[in-house]
Design a protein around this ligand. Structure first.
Ligand SMILES: [Zn+2]
Length: 266
């Protein structure tokens, strides 16, 4: 079974109403990210229907997205309050996506708020024994600053991993139970992501679409069928290393096992 460690089904549905049918037919398990009640409740319904029908599972994730403080502070507070309720009611498989976005000036202006939010998400993940899903842009140095605390989290998923191969290895060496998720950027000539995907340990790899937000070239949005292309590209990249030999099917089975380990799905 293929798996998608980071996606936004609520947002995808707006662009592509047949998305859930495609997901089920392709048998893609997914971890659905949300930051408000409407998104979360939509994902929760999808998860319940999938469980009832024996379809590929939907793992529910919730957090205040690190880009949110730039747009709307009151919404951040509401979102944070809901996060605590959902965690207390055991309705989550992971806390995420949280982290740091320092990609451009407008986001950097909210760095202090992002910092406070991240610390709160991290503490909650530790207290409730939930994995963390991280969104990190131009901010690996921030992650390293928290590595001692991150060691206490059951699993740390780097969605669309933006660090180097060396940084990934270093995090693991420091004792962080890190998983590195790769999506369409490896198909779009992003050299750093391609190198990391080619050589990080297979038992720490995940695949993702971030749908609808990371389209393949010439496509309007990303979707679940892209997972096939991502698996093929990832296998190709790994096979360029000396002595490596893995098929897309073997990589699919491996990443699916990693997905289940992280998100606790059957
Ligand atoms: Zn996302």
């Amino acid at each position: 079974m293929a798996s998608d460690a980071h996606c936004h089904p609520y947002d995808l549905k707006k662009q592509y109403p047949g998305a859930e049918t495609e997901r089920r037919e392709a048998g893609v398990s997914c971890a659905a990210s949300s930051w408000n009640r409407e998104q979360f409740e939509f994902h929760e319904t999808l998860a319940a229907q999938a469980a009832a029908d024996g379809a590929a599972p939907v793992a529910l994730c919730f957090a205040v997205h690190p880009q949110l403080p730039r747009f709307d502070e009151p919404v951040c507070r509401e979102s944070l309050a809901l996060l605590h309720v959902l965690a207390a009611e055991s309705r989550l498989r992971a806390v995420g996506e949280t982290g740091f976005d320092l990609f451009d000036r407008e986001y950097r202006d909210t760095e202090k708020i992002q910092e406070a939010l991240f610390a709160e998400h991290l503490a909650l993940a530790i207290a409730s024994g939930l994995p963390l899903v991280l969104h990190v842009r131009k901010a690996m140095h921030k992650v390293f600053a928290y590595s001692r605390e991150l060691k206490k989290v059951p699993a740390v998923v780097f969605h669309s991993y933006s660090g180097t191969l060396r940084e990934g290895r270093d995090l693991v060496k420091r004792g962080v139970n890190a998983y590195f998720s790769f999506g369409t950027p490896i198909c779009l000539n992003h050299r750093q992501a391609m190198e990391a995907c080619s050589a990080l340990p297979a038992d720490r790899l995940l695949t993702e679409t971030d749908c609808p937000y990371q389209p393949l070239r010439g496509k309007p949005f990303s979707r679940w069928s892209d997972i096939r292309t991502i698996l093929e590209t990832a296998a190709e990249l790994r096979n360029q290393r000396e002595g490596a030999r893995i098929t897309p099917g073997e990589l699919e089975a491996l990443t699916d096992r990693n997905f289940r380990t992280v998100f606790g799905t059957a």
